[in-house]
Design a binder for this molecule. Sequence first.
Ligand SMILES: Cc1ncc(COP(=O)(O)O)c(C=O)c1O
Length: 399
Amino acid sequence: MPMTSKGQPMKYRNLISQRVNQISPSGIRRFFDLLASMEGVISLGIGEPDFATPWHIREAAISSIEKGYTMYTSNSGMPELRQELSRYLKNNYNLAYDPDSELVITVGVSEGLDLAMRAILDPGDEVIMPDPCYVSYPSCVILAGGTPIMVPTYQENNFEISPADIESRITSRTKAILIGYPANPTGAVLSQDKLTQIAEVAQRRQLLVISDEIYAKLVYGVEHTCIATLPGMKTSTILLGGFSKAYAMTGWRIGYAAGPRGIIAAMTKIHQYTMLCASIMAQVAAIEALKSGEASTNEMVEEYNRRRLVIVKGFNDIGLPCFEPKGAFYAFPSIKGTGMTSEEFSERLLIEEKVAAVPGSAFGQYGEGYVRCCYATSLADIEEALSRMKRFVAKHQAK
Ligand SMILES: Cc1ncc(COP(=O)(O)O)c(C=O)c1O
């Protein structure tokens, strides 16, 4: 153990910033450290496609490496990628973003979130977001010096965030509303009506909206609306998009932010000093994904939908009431009937039946009583996991 000059053991905690000490390691990662050592586990855990990146996308990157494209790109990203993205956003959202000033290519939506928060927050500024939500949302706000303000969401209301609940939490320090629908961990999609009401609150109270669109393409039988497309909202929305989920490109680490030029310029300033640019190989792959990845995405969505129907019915049949997720690739069944906390449930399920599911409490206080099960895994594994969980629930159903 490293010692101080006085021969005392170094107290690292005192050397770490208060901001970092304020956040805990992700509940998801902690849980997965536990299962890394086990064999024969069926994982409904990590939220990532079980498909490899479509071959034509991999091939585009391989061929660019062969041609020697191995250097830095412009800080904002390759002009060709920004032009392609601008076309994509026009075709998909009917929004015209200027490739030179309103787009920046990021290292995944993860970096986009971090940049957005650091670009807009001063110490003590508040960002309103749903609870439960993606684990990075509150931490990114805290790391940028801000305060996350959580709005409870409930299964009875389809885990939709309520515009009135947002409004009641607005203070003089509120800077932004952060939403991500289709949602992780619930699979909820926000109706256009709810989004219109949220847009109305944001405009009246002069707040920015940050919209995480990473699951925008993964919807089942419903339309997803991006809040930036509602009247007047393009100029007050930071749209964060990515390639990880729709094109099975988690390992490439590539995404983008689209928004008002002043904010994109501020985000790009941070990006140029911290990241410099996203990797050129990933950018070349992203161009190919945008140009001709749609058919592969549609095939994956069809397959996810088959699995979604099986897992949701399966949970309801075995006594874990499950809200029907209309997007992303997560089911979020209630485990309240077992009398266990979500952490106890997940830990015992892993040890007794070797099935990994993430405790809902990892996603916020209002995720307690649920577990997140990712169905981006084979149907055979889903069916085996359900049969193991049936046995587990029968054994532990609260008397
Ligand atoms: C809601 C949400 N946003 C962002 C991310 C991170 O995306 P990326 O791989 O583009 O950094 C994830 C990953 O699970 C997610 O679920």
